[in-house]
Design a protein around this ligand. Structure first.
Ligand code: PGA
Length: 241
């Protein structure tokens, strides 16, 4: 695991964008794994700029997002599909049919999870996966538990995650209680991973994930077993390392 500390989240985001741009420059039809939340916003802004300036061409790129809420359509402003369109896909030259998120409106959620996992395999697997980390150590919606979930699955959000995400809804009652998420296995099968952590509020979990025991109680800790992970942090998140 390579760990690089930057001055602030802007620098973290620009560095991550450079890594993703380099991936696409090396392999035009890369399969990229993307994440939502506030963590990757600077990365997406920087990647949009690189696309608009003609430096990176996304026309052959395929993408798979980590997760999606159950019950929100892609038109819902809090769906992750909407987030990705607003913050990245509408600003780069990518074809909508190449952008994949789990379908939280699917009638058969188990079949949707299996088909999502199959889609990643059939596209050749994820070349580079972007990750943030939750305050409880989750990656995607893989919450702390007794085991690391393997494949894409349907899960129930923990009360902490509902609480953390209620800021995006008018009330906590509106936050969906379930989500479809890549499993920890899906994430670990990516050939390379870029984990972003910024902000003083992430300093505790950053310390636990990078230096504490490797345990499903801190799902991100397993990334230390992956052969190609780059962690980009700001100074505030790195304060307790
Ligand atoms: P955040 O969420 O980027 O909004 O902090 C990260 C996560 O929960 O994975």
């Amino acid at each position: 695991m390579r760990t690089i500390i930057f001055r602030d989240k802007q620098a973290v985001g620009e560095a991550a964008a450079i890594l993703f741009a380099a991936q696409v420059l090396k392999k035009a039809n890369s399969v990229l794994g993307f994440a939502t939340g506030s963590t990757p916003l600077e990365t997406y802004a920087a990647l949009s700029g690189l696309s608009q300036r003609g430096i990176v061409d996304f026309s052959e790129v395929r993408t798979y997002n980590l997760d999606e809420y159950v019950g929100l359509s892609p038109a819902h402003e809090q769906s992750y599909a909407y987030f990705m369109r607003r913050n990245l896909f509408s600003k780069i030259n990518i074809s909508p049919e190449n952008c994949h998120l789990p379908d939280g409106m699917a009638r058969d959620l188990d079949a949707e999870c299996a088909s999502y996992e199959r889609g990643i395999d059939m596209d050749g697997g994820i070349d580079l996966q972007l990750l943030g980390i939750g305050h409880n150590g989750h990656i995607g919606f893989n919450e702390p538990g007794d085991a690391f979930p393997d494949a894409t699955h349907c899960m129930t959000l923990t009360p902490e995650t509902v609480d953390a995400n209620k800021r995006f809804f008018t009330s906590a009652d509106e936050v969906p209680r379930r989500a479809l998420s890549m499993g920890v296995g899906t994430i670990m099968r990516a050939r390379a991973i870029v984990l972003l952590i910024h902000g003083a509020d992430k300093a505790d979990i950053c310390q636990k994930a990078l230096n504490g025991p490797i345990t499903p109680r801190v799902p991100a800790s397993i990334l230390r077993y992956h052969p190609n992970v780059t962690v980009l942090l700001d100074q505030a998140a790195a304060a307790k390392l």
